[in-house]
Design a protein around this ligand. Structure first.
Ligand code: SF4
Length: 63
């Protein structure tokens, strides 16, 4: 599983980093994806982060 953040849409709310800090890190008000592939143990929280993003900026890419 991979994940992308649409930097044009992200408002830097930080909730993705709070939910799944090993995948998302907010830098300069924009969430940056920290991993090429989401570690299996983080997949569920990564999905939760995507669902709870207030502007739907997170896209999950299933492989
Ligand atoms: S939850 Fe969404 S809006 Fe908030 S920092 Fe993450 S990607 Fe950006």
């Amino acid at each position: 599983m991979k994940v992308e953040v649409d930097e044009d849409v992200c408002i830097g709310s930080m909730s993705c980093e709070t939910t799944c800090p090993e995948v998302f890190k907010v830098v300069g008000g924009i969430s940056q994806v920290q991993v090429e592939v989401v570690p299996p143990e983080a997949e569920e929280r990564c999905r939760q982060a995507a669902e709870s993003c207030p502007v739907e900026a997170i896209r999950i890419i299933e492989q």
